[in-house]
Design a protein around this ligand. Sequence first.
Ligand code: NAP
Ligand code: MN
Length: 255
Amino acid sequence: MKFACVKRYDDISSALSEKLTIRLSGNGFTYDDENPDYVFVVGGDGTFLKAVHRYMDKLDSIAFFGIHTGTLGFFSDYTDKEFEEFVSNFLNAKPRVCEYQLLKVSVDDKVHYALNEMRVENVSRTQKIDVEVDGEDFERFSGTGLCVCTQLGSTAFNRSLNGAVIQEGLPLIEMSEISGIHNRYYRSLGSSIVMKEDAKIVFKSDDFSSAILCIDYLTYDLDDAKMIKIELSTKRVKILRYKDVGYFKRLKSLF
Ligand code: NAP
Ligand code: MN
């Protein structure tokens, strides 16, 4: 069996990652950065996102397992103080494999995948976006931008936009406004909206110049884009779970 480690660049995460590599190597596992069967993530939820994007083309054959240096995270059930339990569970116990769907974001012909959210943001001028859902015209948004998140991403950027937190197990999509303008010239829903898992959202604009597409922590210029399609993809991330940490315990550790 082959494994790789993705760590946050702080002393605790680096030390843990080194300790883990030694322990696994002594138990018949081989370090393989290119084609791992298991990817160990040592750090925070942000580190987890980086690990998933690092192996985006190989998600089918990889299981992720994380240790959170800090508090509990959404992607991991172990803190750095529980290192022994973490290793022992991995080597001896049978995991539950939890799968999380990614968002598929198509900009004209280019496809991106997001685990938390996609955002269109324009900080230099009012961005107009015509939004269609399931082939029907829905609204013309005007403002800084729009955010579309997954259930997993509902506690990330979406929460800062006052979007609802979505409980685990509900494979829904949520769209929230980023500083929408609501006055006598501009009108859009204003509130966040939660949609069915098979909703197909389309953003169109005559002018996306100086707008940026954010895919989790990655950013791309949208200058010449015409149309952005957003839907849940069939691509999934597999996370190993050994402990039954309830959703609300995880959620509470966030604030
Ligand atoms: P980052 O520093 O890696 O993450 C920013 C914060 O968001 C960190 O505290 C991170 O937790 C937390 N986070 C990430 N995914 C989460 C999730 N699914 N549920 C709850 N908290 C989560 O920032 P980055 O590399 O620029 O961007 C990564 C993600 O951070 C983005 O996808 C976005 O959702 C989020 N973010 C949010 C805001 C905001 O709320 N205004 C701004 C920038 C980015 P850890 O400390 O455990 O890593
Ligand atoms: Mn965290």
